[in-house]
Design a protein around this ligand. Sequence first.
Ligand code: GDP
Length: 528
Amino acid sequence: MSEVASEAARRRTFAIISHPDAGKTTLTEKLLLFGGAIQMAGSVKGRKAARHATSDWMALEKERGISVTSSVMQFPYEGRIVNLLDTPGHADFGEDTYRVLTAVDSALMVIDVAKGVEERTIKLMEVCRLRDTPIMTFVNKLDREGKDPIDLLDEIESVLGIQCAPVTWPIGMGQRLKGVVHLVSGEVHLYEPGRNFTRQDSTIFPSLEDPGVAAAIGPQLLAEVRDQLELVQGASHPFDQTAYLAGKQSPVFFGSGVNNFGVQPLLDFFVEHAPAPRARATTTRDVAASENKLTGFVFKIQANMDPMHRDRVAFMRVCSGKFSAGMKTFHVRTGKEVKLANALTFMASDREIAESAFPGDVIGIHNHGTISIGDTFSEGEVLSFTGIPSFAPELFRRARLRDPLKLKQLQKGLAQLSEEGATQFFKPMMSNDLILGAVGVLQFDVAAYRLKDEYGVEASFEPVQVATARWIRCDDAKKLEEFREKNALNLSVDASGALVYLAPTRVNLQLAQERAPAVEFLATREHA
Ligand code: GDP
């Protein structure tokens, strides 16, 4: 096997998805502990706090009690290299999450045992389904009273439309939580608060029949668990690797993140069964991860991560080949050769200079405004990865400057913030307005805050008569010209210069579409 093929085979690149408060941050932290990536529990939150302290923008995040950014954490575990891509939890930042999900090979869904399937989980699941992303499920907070596990599996199956294959099963819950049974190995892992950090630090019996189990959990609970397991085995599905990889079945684990319980069985199963990077579609062909030439695409741009440097970083997912520091790459959209000298990797503790990276890894490229979300890099081949969506914003506001002399800075600021993808920036053809579109209302606050903080521009955002946006495509140049002339009042260009129809009302949009059948109105602009 080539170096690229064997390195790709041991990569596991995934994201954790959950409704806010289900325990994603806590679980992330525990997973990093297993990877030895951080020394102390609490550092993920500590790291967040340190960032708050150094950045006013992050102070906004703190004020709101939400996470605006998402990050990439890499750690080794059992001979594998795990890349965990964090996704922000707040609904307003969904777009960012969606794009992170295009860069992973699988996902881990965290569900609060008391709350069950929540609204945000449903949305995220829909996105995973678009790409048939394989999903594992962790039912969290078993140390508290919650729903009956069998009911919960039913709920997941019916609400999320995915088969459940329990891999661990809880013994008791809340005050009575005594452990989990591993349905594949048969092992019983006892729940011992304050322990359970590793296998060595846990009491594990080879099976439910072991006399030690009855002694530890008592005959009544043992009988209950036996009954439950009989029910479960009759009603649920055994784990099926093929169905899991096809996104049709989710292996389910039970535990308590904060107590580190049930996490190691999850991680062990994950590194063994979760998919390594697979072939990915481009405009011209499928690219296999094992190919020797480097390819990758940008799924996220984040500005000013480090306020001391004011840099913008483009996050590129490597899809094939090997990245080496300083190598020359081909930026397909601009047709330019780009030397990637100071790319970053994202070890959990810190950003470090990347020496090399393989399929599944993410590198950070310093960006001076030339790189956009969706851009492909290669070693010269002209191809573009497909499927990285740009969502039509649903909310629109006109930027209003306090000091009209700062128009240039305002334009620059809006254009750069739009590069990150959370907001989109439109310039109407017939007026001097600057219109910002967003998926969530909070993004206008973030934009105003950052414009002031990072660009020294005081602006506010006021309502504007725009209901929705559609990207315009038409292969017939003459018809397109006609359309432009007739609809000039409602046409804008976005930050990349693409033509966009800003419809004042839904009815107007419908009429415009009926009148111009040769023109395509696209709700999402797939970055190409
Ligand atoms: P996130 O919003 O999904 O990232 O959730 P967090 O990891 O921040 O957790 C939300 C809250 O649930 C915090 O107060 C955690 O301490 C708590 N929590 C996380 N895991 C558990 C658990 O296993 N049991 C209990 N009782 N609380 C938990």
